[in-house]
Write a protein that binds this ligand. Structure first.
Ligand code: ASP
Length: 581
């Protein structure tokens, strides 16, 4: 080895030892007769000292080095004159007597510091330099630790990690596939898996009753904020289980992770039906760190002279505690917020609950003080509070009020970093009607089983069928989702039919699965967690990009490789592909 120690491990206990370190120059400080270099590697920073009195030539050489040069430095560990209690090696320095420049470096295009002066795009272009920075490095360390903890937990419970293929066949359900042309089968294409869903179900049929995999998945979606075209799932499946078993085992996984990584212990996670989540939070992934839950106000506010409310399917409000003194300007800002295209509401009604027991609202024309008092009572609003009300079609209005609730949560500091509220959302609808294409889509995926007691409605009232499907939600993020699967060929065929597949289409696309069902398929179910997202949530970070070593930018590009890129005519010819001009 070119070194005896790392730059993060020497302390006062090593004083007078002869050591050799390797690393990158973080900083050079010239103080006349002395030159100090902060030498950095993955493990930390150690100060190298060069003294003109003991070795003038060596000090002169050290002065000529630049940032990010790679050095091998040999010397003696000595107690430092001015100590730095912020780093573990801050008590010592190395009095260098030999330096070997392993490589020089151009001046990096941004500072390799915790707070870098480089913009996003620049740091992505030079990601290998960005990765030298502590915040990014710490994210990768966390990701590694998490991976180990997950593997330990799963393996201890008898789960086998089994790899499934990346070159598979395209299916039109779900998101758009990335496709890969096959040279040896002209005109035919592989698809990259959106998830190993079919394979894990087939593994259950093969008897591997506890499977997991930390696996890359690919989805060619229009990139919304913080989506990556390739991302990592903790993919899991079990046989001979019911929903309750899955919730228990994977609640255990999440608890294990929080205990190991955050030293937080949880009691049983809250469970909330999809219906309740929508009615109370307007979202199937509620941020339950704070209350401010929805109160339906149809009874109190419809049937007066206010047309907007009278014509609305839903009139619904939230109460912001202690905001009863909001100024006109603050209220206008909230109205502007809900009118932004991202939220898309047409307006916002407010009721200020004054300390003297009177009310001031934006709809005073239509409602008496008694009307407003009744609303306040229903919302459990007290003097000094602010009630914010929206109206319109049910689901749309719920989603808009959800945005406002989260915004108020931010403004009031209720979405606290370091606080985590994991919960299960259960009893999802099986199907979702799409107006545009006039058909049902599977809310989770087509392999999700209806609740046995709803089975009979699959043909008669498909929209009312609930599924044994569940999501794990933390602080407004969907961290995982799964379901009990269909394991009966006939039921799967009925499901495809409900989704508008002809028998031929179903056989063509999913014949392998329908066939497999005929050879002894056990009851099974599973779940998949977003590994990148889990890392981000545990670090109170917004972006999953910071937890991926080499991520794509918001336009789905790798700006370092400049990918995607064209391929040569020869490659196109070999693949039998022709580009449309
Ligand atoms: N394969 C599913 C997904 O990617 C998860 C599951 O049902 O296990 O969403």
């Amino acid at each position: 080895m070119l070194r005896t120690h790392t730059c993060g491990e020497l302390t006062a206990a090593n004083i007078d030892q002869q050591v050799t370190l390797c690393g990158w120059i973080q900083k050079i400080r010239n103080l006349g007769g002395m030159t100090f270099i902060d030498l950095r590697d993955r493990y930390g920073i150690t100060q190298l000292a060069f003294n003109s009195e003991t070795n003038a030539a060596l000090q002169a050489q050290a002065q000529s080095f630049g940032r990010e040069w790679v050095l091998q430095a040999e010397g003696t560990v000595k107690e430092r004159y001015s100590k730095n209690d912020k780093i573990p090696t801050g008590e010592i320095e190395i009095i260098v007597d030999k330096v070997n420049v392993l490589n020089e470096s151009l001046t990096p295009p941004f500072t390799i510091e915790d707070e870098s002066d480089g913009g996003d795009e620049l740091r992505m272009k030079y990601r290998y330099l960005d990765l030298r920075r502590n915040p990014v490095k710490n994210n990768l360390l966390l990701r590694h630790r998490l991976g180990i903890e997950i593997r330990n937990y799963m393996s201890n419970l008898g789960f086998l990690e089994i790899e499934t293929p990346f070159l598979i066949r395209s299916t039109p359900e779900g998101a758009r596939d990335f496709v890969v042309p096959s040279r040896m089968n002209r005109g035919q294409f592989y698809a990259l898996p959106q998830s190993p869903q079919s394979f894990k179900q087939l593994l259950m049929m093969s008897g591997y009753d506890r499977y997991f995999q930390i696996v890359r998945c690919f989805r060619d979606e229009d990139l919304r904020a913080d989506r990556q075209p390739e991302f990592t799932q903790i993919d899991c499946e079990m046989s001979f289980v019911e929903q309750e078993d899955i919730l228990q085992i994977f609640e255990g996984l999440i608890k294990h992770i929080f205990k190991k990584v955050k030293n937080i212990e949880y009691g049983p996670f809250e469970r909330m039906t999809y219906e309740k989540a929508m009615n109370l939070y307007g979202s199937d992934k509620p941020d339950a760190r704070f209350g401010m839950t929805f109160v339906e106000l149809n009874d109190c506010l419809k049937h007066r002279d206010f047309k907007v409310f009278n014509e609305a399917e839903l009139v619904v409000g939230i109460t912001a505690k202690g905001c009863g003194n909001y100024t006109r300007k603050q209220l206008d800002a909230l109205t502007d917020f809900v009118k932004r295209p991202q939220v898309g509401a047409s307006g916002l009604v407010y009721i200020l609950c004054h300390e003297d027991g009177t009310f001031k609202s934006s709809v005073d024309k239509f409602y008496s003080q008694d009307d407003l008092k009744a609303v306040a009572a229903k919302c459990e609003a007290e003097p000094g509070d602010l009630i914010l009300i929206m109206a319109g079609p049910r689901v749309k209005t719920q989603k808009q009020l959800c945005e406002l609730r989260l915004e108020m949560g931010n403004r009031l500091g209720l979405r606290k970093a370091g606080e985590y509220k994991p919960l299960w959302v259960i009893d999802f609808p099986l199907l979702e009607w799409d107006e545009e294409t006039q058909r049902y889509y599977a809310m989770h995926h087509p392999f999700t089983a209806p609740k046995p007691e709803h089975d009979a409605m699959l043909e008669t009232n498909p929209g009312a069928v609930n599924a044994n499907a569940y999501d794990l939600v933390i602080n407004g993020n969907e961290i995982g989702g799964g379901s009990i699967r269909i394991h009966d060929r006939k039921l799967q065929q009925r499901m495809f039919k409900a989704l508008g597949f002809t028998e031929e289409q179903a056989n063509n696309q999913f014949g392998f699965l329908l066939n497999a069902f005929q050879y002894g398929c056990p009851p099974h179910g599973g779940i998949a967690f977003g590994f990148d997202r889990l890392c981000a949530v545990l670090s109170d970070a917004d972006s999953i990009r910071d937890f991926i070593a080499f991520p794509k930018n918001n336009a789905g590009r790798d700006v370092m490789l400049d990918a995607p890129w064209e391929i040569s005519q020869a490659q196109l010819d070999e693949l039998g592909l022709q580009l449309k001009k």
